[in-house]
Design a protein around this ligand. Structure first.
Ligand code: GDP
Length: 305
């Protein structure tokens, strides 16, 4: 929690402290409620979520007869945690299946997202999380359009202790993904993580690339998880990208990266509501251990820290 608090310091000082300051001061007049609303909007919670949260806060503050800053904090914590979907299933499905050649078939995870969002870094960090848990991981470098991507994934693979399958530069992403899954099945690893191509020129282009990767992979093994990586600092743009991805593939979880670099951490509320897909992981820095499971209550605690 201490670490999370530190990494979220930008959002904490604007959003968390802002709300605590306004709500902890006792009875709120209409101007103060306007300030609450503005604080939420500025932190990128979006207008629908903002309206809903303000209404709930007003109702809860009066029904619970809130008098002290501590009581106000408790109400804030409840309302914000509820808005994030307190009990959603956020587990990343990266456990192996039975039924492969040696009784085991790897879990298959596709990592998708626009270039620059932190896709490759997230793939590396996720491998690290799994390796630390004692699992054998294989990485597939299917982002063959960005020359540096395979190189970068190779570096991650050495850093975390996972094999990597690469194609030649410009190779078909689907072919590399296929080879990676095949190798994963043959060598009996627990999970295959595939870094997919992140070009988003047109929806059709994306559909061709990402849709094809998924289809081809599914000739050998079911895809357990499609993680969409979104950069928290890109706000509405990121949301628009996410909608396109969600139309193309069945996204099963969101990874929100660079939350350490933004005061607009409220985007997490909006992403989840707009896409109807749970935020499963958050990126809190560039290092190998800077990927954390997303836990609404802990997140809100850190914001209000
Ligand atoms: P890709 O093009 O989507 O594969 O993006 P990369 O994985 O290459 O990441 C782009 C940049 O964002 C790199 O400099 C990463 O170190 C950085 N990055 C990725 N995730 C995070 C994060 O959670 N926090 C911060 N501060 N930087 C990140």
């Amino acid at each position: 929690i201490e670490r999370l608090r530190g990494r979220l310091s930008k959002s904490r000082s604007s959003l968390g402290q802002g709300l605590l300051g306004l709500l902890g001061a006792g009875d709120l007049d209409e101007d103060s409620w306007q300030d609450v609303e503005d604080t939420l909007l500025i932190a990128d919670l979006g207008s629908a979520t903002t309206t809903e949260i303000v209404e709930k806060l007003r109702a809860e503050l009066s029904s619970r007869g809130v008098r002290t800053p501590e009581q106000a904090r408790a109400v804030l914590k409840d309302v914000l945690t509820d808005a994030l979907g307190r009990d959603d299933d956020r587990s990343v499905r990266a456990l192996p299946h039975t039924g492969g050649p040696d009784g085991k078939r790897p879990a298959v995870v596709l990592v998708a997202g626009v270039n620059g969002t932190g896709k490759t870094t997230t793939t590396g960090k996720l491998a690290r999380v799994l390796v630390v848990q004692g699992r054998q991981v294989l990485l597939g470098a299917a982002d063959t359009f960005r020359a540096a991507a395979a190189e970068q994934l190779q570096t991650w693979s050495e850093r975390v202790g996972a094999e990597v399958v690469r194609g030649k530069e410009g190779a078909d992403p689907a072919a590399v993904a296929y080879d990676a899954v095949k190798r994963g099945i043959d060598t009996g690893v627990d999970a295959v993580l595939i870094d997919t191509a992140g070009r988003l020129h047109t929806k059709t282009g994306l559909m061709d690339e990402l849709g094809k990767v998924k289809r081809v992979v599914e000739k050998q093994a079911e895809v357990d998880e499609v993680l969409l990586v979104l950069d928290a600092t890109t706000g509405q743009n990121g949301l628009a990208q996410a909608r396109v991805f969600a139309e193309v593939v069945n996204v099963t979880g969101i990874v929100l990266t660079k939350l350490d670099g933004t005061a607009k951490g409220g985007i997490v509320f909006q992403v989840q509501r707009e896409l109807g897909v749970p935020v499963k992981l958050v990126g809190l820095g560039e290092g190998p251990d800077d990927l954390a499971p997303f836990e609404p209550a802990a997140f809100v605690d850190a914001l209000l820290g």
